[in-house]
Design a protein around this ligand. Structure first.
Ligand code: ADP
Length: 441
């Protein structure tokens, strides 16, 4: 501005001087021409500035006379603001990405509990459609009465456990609301379906173990009390022996249960190592000797075993899985039945151990549940034959630890076939088995 005033003053002064030297009329004419030239130049400069304002992100036009002084600081400020805005945008994007990456769901709600924003996890948890549901009250979106009661509270010290069913699946969510900012709310959702399932399994397991132990303990203590209360002469030696045999049976059942529980616990806690070559034919023979003793000559045994086939694994675990299937075949096959045991190589290089019986068989609906802990088709029959209800659960565990599969086919009244199929990577003849172990290590 000072420049403009100085130039006008200079023009006025030179006009006055020229007027004094050349005469007033010529002086005024030159002065007027000068002023006109100045107005034209200023007009041009202003139009360049106006053009720049339309593209304000570009640097301002250079040489716009006195305007240079004004435009330079404006442009510097604009540039700084733009950089600040970009930085803020970057921070906002980072915060959004972090919120998206959260393993938990997160939603923000307005003062009227309308949905403002949610991350992908929250959308999955609650079945939200981010675009359609935005602006709608969360109470209309989640229609569970428990949630409505929770959301209408004034403060939220504790989270809410909510069971939501969608497309035939029930999910258990842990929801927590918290006020934030000015009258807004943050809601965090966590999927605890798996944790709840595990917790229920643990509770069921403890209840089952207690129940399984209580039954033989009650019988045992009943007999002990009877023997203690009855005078010696009131009970014959045969009767006493009978009671003691029954007590021994109950004690044996409890021992078997505790042994199976310890096996399960060790399978769950011991890290799975590749193991060493195990002679499956030798394990089958040992198991057969025990089962033939259990069968007491009541069953026919048909044995086809490839003596060259070994498996890389844990011998104690494999021994328990192989003999469980054989013992079950004996226990669930009435006298006179046949039990066929086979151990053979498969076309794909794997190997199959199978035990086929002509026993009572299993209904198709029960087959998927056989490997559940304490599941029995017929509890009475299992108890009568000394079963713990854990044999197949242990077998399944061992099978999984050897990357094998457990196949079960059965027909009620006709018999069952239980097979363990080992993958080729676990199978070898003696020489190959050692090499495979080196490879696995
Ligand atoms: P249990 O100690 O009761 O035998 P398992 O886990 O070994 O427990 O087996 C679970 C259930 O599977 C048994 O109670 C029985 O009902 C059924 N089962 C297992 N093997 C056979 C079989 N070979 N034939 C018929 N039912 C069987």
């Amino acid at each position: 501005m000072t420049k403009t005033l100085v130039s006008i003053a200079l023009w006025a002064l030179s006009g006055w001087l020229l007027g004094a030297w050349l005469g007033a009329a010529t002086g005024w004419a030159i002065f007027a021409l000068g002023l006109l030239a100045m107005i034209l130049v200023s007009g041009l400069q202003l139009s360049r500035i106006a053009r720049w304002v339309r593209n304000i992100d570009d640097p301002p036009p250079s040489s716009v006379g006195p305007w240079d002084e004004v435009l330079a600081p404006i442009y510097r400020k604009l540039k700084q603001n733009r950089l600040d805005l970009q930085e803020r945008n970057r921070n906002f994007q980072r915060a959004l990405l972090a919120a998206e990456a959260l393993p938990d769901g997160a939603l923000t709600l307005g003062p009227d509990k309308s949905l403002l924003w949610c991350n992908q996890t929250a959308a999955e948890h609650l079945g939200l459609n981010h675009h359609q549901d935005r602006g709608h009250s969360i109470l209309n979106i989640i229609r569970a009465p428990d949630f409505a009661r929770y959301a209408r509270q004034d403060s939220w010290d504790k989270p809410l456990i909510l069971h939501l069913s969608r497309s035939g699946q029930t999910r258990t969510l842990l929801l927590h609301l918290a006020p934030y900012g000015v009258g807004q709310f943050l809601m965090v959702t966590r999927d605890i379906t798996q944790i709840e399932r595990l917790e229920n399994t643990r509770k069921d397991f403890v209840a089952n173990v207690s129940h399984e132990l209580r039954t033989p303990l009650t019988v045992l203590s009943g007999f002990v009390e009877t023997l203690l209360d009855l005078p010696d002469e009131a009970i014959s030696p045969d009767q006493r022996r009978h009671y003691l045999e029954l007590m021994a049976q109950q004690a044996h059942n409890m021992q078997a249960l505790v042994a199976d529980l310890l096996t399960l616990s060790s399978l769950e806690t011991t890290p799975n190592s590749p193991g060493s070559p195990v002679s499956v034919p030798a394990l089958i023979r040992t198991a057969l000797t025990q089962c033939q003793a259990l069968s007491n000559g009541q069953h026919q045994f048909d044995v086809r075993v490839d003596d060259t086939l070994q498996v890389i694994g844990q011998d104690i675990e494999l021994s328990s899985a192989l003999s469980n299937l054989l013992t079950n075949a004996v226990r669930y096959t009435p006298a006179g039945g046949t039990i066929a045991v086979a151990w053979a190589r498969q076309a794909d290089g794997g190997a199959r151990y199978s035990v086929r019986d002509t026993g009572i068989g299993i209904a198709a609906d029960d087959i998927p549940r056989l490997t559940e802990r304490f599941f029995r088709v017929d509890r009475g029959r299992s108890h009568a034959t000394g079963g713990t209800g854990l044999g197949l659960a242990i077998t399944k565990h061992v099978v999984l630890r050897h990357q094998a599969t457990l196949d079960i086919t059965s027909e009620p009244g006709a018999g069952s076939t239980f097979s363990i199929v080992f993958p080729a990577s676990r199978v070898g003849a003696p020489a190959r088995a050692a090499a495979a172990e080196d490879h696995a290590a």
